[in-house]
Ligand binder design. Structure first.
Ligand code: NIG
Ligand code: FE
Length: 415
């Protein structure tokens, strides 16, 4: 795409700043800066300058008329399982008929069902399907992603997924972080031999991943019925030895113990947190671990939402992501997560917006290049249609408010 252009006729620039802001916590999350009647100049794919219309520079290159729309930082999805072979709507109907997620898992459905489907699909076909999902999310405003493996559950299939993530990054030029989640479930043949599978993760998968440099992070599903705290810790310790940073799925269905492990091992994030008590919130407050909330999964699973309001009152900050996956969150649209954040978790539009922009950039360690309108950052922007307000975005629950999605810069440049 064009890397040098001037956007003019902007009703408002949202979340602009002249000093670097990395992460917003507590009451800071309710603040979104606004610059009215603005322009913004992009050079070499980066935000070069912006200002009010009275001070618009003369520019000989391409000009883009925003037609009175707003310009804001584009959305960042810091937690997805976007690489899967197929949807699982038959399990959705099983749940409507009364089975629980755990019951479906125990009889070989759920994550194991997705693993079966991955085995039989070629890397190219998996890439094509994943590409289409990513581009759909892009059309809804998401220009940077975290993507996890975890539907392989054996060395070949896990590597296949991670290679697809690498190819998505190389072929799209978008900023994508890759997470190894071999410890998503136990394959059926290891149901009574957990240590056997953990050994495979540690002795086979981690070295192969390092060999091809296929992951930035390692994640574990620390949950009753999945990985115990002891099992989680073993994997985390090994992953750190292989140079991976840590993210942990925890407290989705129970107080599973993952938060303490995450803090002890300097994890980047703890994700889910539907079940979160005061003690756990205090622990998080005294740590650098970023909470990642996933309201789409809580909605789809019909379970309680993370206590976002209490977290804010306590001074915690968090990011919000989709958890896009075929089992518990089959929708990659961050607009929908944003609407749920307001409707179900009672966040203000500003709080929810910060959670999917600046805080999500921080959660993916892209805070130097993405998440807000600052000089020098990559021009990852959304231009809204005219007459859009920030409040309209969650209110309209993902209706058609986007005029353009822009992702300036090439992959190598993201810091
Ligand atoms: O984040 N919690 C674990 N993993 C996914 C669900 C995976 C699936 O059912 O396919 C999640 O909700
Ligand atoms: Fe997840």
């Amino acid at each position: 795409m064009e890397q040098n252009f001037l956007i003019h006729n902007i009703s408002k620039l949202l979340n602009y700043s002249n000093i670097p802001v990395a992460f917003k916590k507590g009451r800071e999350m309710s603040f979104v800066s606004e610059l009215e009647d603005a322009w913004l100049l992009v050079e070499n794919g980066r935000i070069h300058d912006f200002g009010i219309k009275e001070q618009i520079p003369s520019f000989g290159g391409l000009t883009v008329d925003a037609h009175g729309g707003m310009v804001m930082p584009s959305f960042i999805d810091a937690h997805t399982h976007l690489i899967f072979a197929d949807t699982r709507e038959e399990e959705f109907v099983d749940r409507l008929r009364g089975l629980t997620y755990q019951e479906i898992s125990a009889r070989g459905g759920g994550i194991l069902n997705s693993a079966k489907k991955i085995k039989n699909i070629s890397e190219d076909e998996l890439l094509e399907r994943s590409w289409d999902r990513m581009m759909f999310a892009f059309s809804k405003g998401t220009t940077a992603f975290e993507m996890k493996s975890g539907y392989g559950l054996n060395t070949d299939s896990e590597l296949k997924i991670l290679r697809v993530i690498k190819r998505l990054r190389e072929e799209s030029g978008l900023p994508i972080r890759s997470t190894f989640l071999g410890a998503h479930s136990f394959p059926l043949e290891f149901r009574d031999n957990h240590q056997g599978y953990i050994n495979q993760i540690i002795k086979e998968m981690l070295p192969a991943i390092r060999e091809e440099n296929l992951a930035d992070y390692c994640d574990v599903f620390c949950e009753k019925g999945f990985y115990s705290p002891e099992e989680t810790e073993q994997i985390v310790e090994a992953a750190v030895q292989y140079g991976l940073k840590i993210r942990i799925h925890t407290n989705q269905f129970s107080h599973s113990g993952g938060i303490s492990i995450a803090i002890q091992h300097n994890a980047v994030s703890v994700d889910h947190l539907e079940e979160l008590n005061n003690d756990e919130m205090l622990k998080l407050l005294n740590s650098n671990v970023i909470p990642v909330l996933l309201p789409t999964a809580a909605f789809f699973m019909n379970c309680q939402y993370p206590p976002a309001r209490q977290m804010l009152n306590m001074g915690l900050g968090f990011c919000i992501s989709t958890d896009y996956n075929p089992g518990t969150a089959p929708n990659p649209d961050l607009n929908f997560a944003l609407a749920l954040s307001c409707i179900k978790m009672k966040l203000l539009p500003e709080e929810a917006f910060n959670a999917i922009t600046i805080n999500a950039a921080y959660a993916l360690e892209y805070e130097k290049s993405l998440g807000s309108i600052e000089k020098g950052k990559n021009a990852h922007l959304i231009i809204s249609k005219p007459n859009t307000s920030l409040n309209l975005i969650p209110y309209s629950m993902s209706s058609d408010w986007i005029q353009h999605v822009i992702a300036g810069g090439i992959e190598d440049e993201y810091e």
